[in-house]
Design a protein around this ligand. Structure first.
Ligand code: C5P
Length: 245
C-alpha cells in the first residue's frame, strides 16, 4: 500500500460572499494572508507531503514565498470548487498513483489544528474508504418554508457539520468527482461525491475552531481563534472529542 501523501488546497475562489475587494484567501489575518497561515499549518503536520495548490489563472496576488513545501505545484482553478479539485487531480496524475492518499483542505480554513490533521490521517489510514473532519451539530436545526417561517424542527441526532480536510485515495476520489460531473450532480465537498458511489466516508471528530472564512465577520473570529490557540497550554490529546454536545 502506498504511503505517499498529496495535499490539494483549493484557493481559486473569488470570495463573492465576503463582499471584500480581495478574495478571502488573501485577506490579512494576524499580519499574513489567510492562505499563508493555512499552508503553514499543513506543513507543520505533513512536512514531507506534496502540495497541489489550485489558483485562479488570472490571479496576480499569489506569492510563492508563502509555500513552505519543498515539493509543490500549482493547477488552474475551475468554475466551482469541485472543478478546481478535479483539475488538481489531473495536474498530479503524471506523478501520483491511484492508491496515494489525497487530503483536500480549503485555503479558507487557516485555524485547523496540527494535531487534528495528524489524527485525521491516522484514522483514514485505518479506513477502506477515507473520510473527513467533522463536528456533531450543536444547534437546534429549523427547516423553513422558503419564506423565513419555520415548518419544523429537524432532529439533530446523528447530524454532523462537514469540515476539511477530506481525504481519500486518489483513484477513488477521481472516480467519484468524474461521476458527479458526468451526472451533473452539485458537489460542495469531496465526501458527498464519494457517498454518491454508495460508500460511507468516516467521520473523524474535529474541533469547532476549524472555521471556514466565508463572511466578513469570520475574519475577526479567525484572528481571535489563532491568538487563543497560541496562548493555550498543550491540550490533552483527544479529550474534547469524546463528548457529544
Ligand atoms: O466558496 P467556498 O467557501 O466553498 O470555498 C472553499 C474553498 O474553495 C476556498 O478556499 C476557495 O478559494 C476554494 N474555491 C476554489 N475554486 C472555486 C471556488 C472555491 O478553489 N471555483
Amino acid at each position: 500500500m502506498s504511503e505517499r501523501l498529496w495535499l490539494v488546497v483549493p484557493a481559486a475562489g473569488r470570495g463573492r460572499r465576503m463582499g471584500a475587494a480581495l478574495p478571502k484567501q488573501y485577506l490579512a489575518l494576524a499580519g499574513r494572508p489567510v492562505l499563508a497561515h493555512t499552508l503553514a499549518r499543513l506543513h507543520q503536520a505533513f512536512p514531507e507531503a506534496r502540495l497541489c495548490l489550485c489558483l485562479d489563472p488570472e490571479d496576480d496576488r499569489f506569492d510563492p514565498a508563502w509555500v513552505p513545501f519543498a515539493r509543490w505545484r500549482r493547477s488552474a482553478g475551475g468554475d466551482e470548487r469541485a472543478d478546481s479539485v478535479r483539475r488538481a487531480l489531473e495536474a498530479i496524475a503524471d506523478e501520483a498513483a491511484d492508491d496515494d492518499w489525497v487530503l483536500v483542505h480549503d485555503a479558507a480554513r487557516p485555524c485547523v489544528r496540527v494535531d487534528d490533521l495528524m489524527r485525521l490521517l491516522a484514522a483514514l489510514r485505518q479506513d477502506p474508504v477515507g473520510g473527513l473532519l467533522a463536528t456533531p451539530v450543536a444547534d437546534t436545526m429549523k427547516r423553513d418554508d422558503g419564506q423565513r417561517h419555520v415548518v419544523r424542527t429537524e432532529p439533530r441526532d446523528g447530524l454532523w457539520q462537514a469540515q476539511t480536510p477530506q481525504g481519500f485515495r486518489l483513484g477513488l476520489l477521481r472516480r467519484a468527482l468524474d461521476e458527479a460531473r458526468a451526472l451533473g450532480r452539485e458537489i460542495t465537498d469531496e465526501a458527498s461525491a464519494v457517498e454518491a458511489l454508495g460508500l460511507t466516508p468516516r467521520l473523524v471528530p474535529g474541533r469547532r475552531d476549524n472555521i471556514k472564512i466565508t463572511h466578513p465577520e469570520d475574519l475577526a473570529l479567525a484572528g481571535h481563534i489563532l491568538a487563543a490557540q497560541r496562548d493555550e497550554p498543550r491540550s490533552r490529546p483527544g479529550h474534547e472529542h469524546e463528548e457529544r454536545p
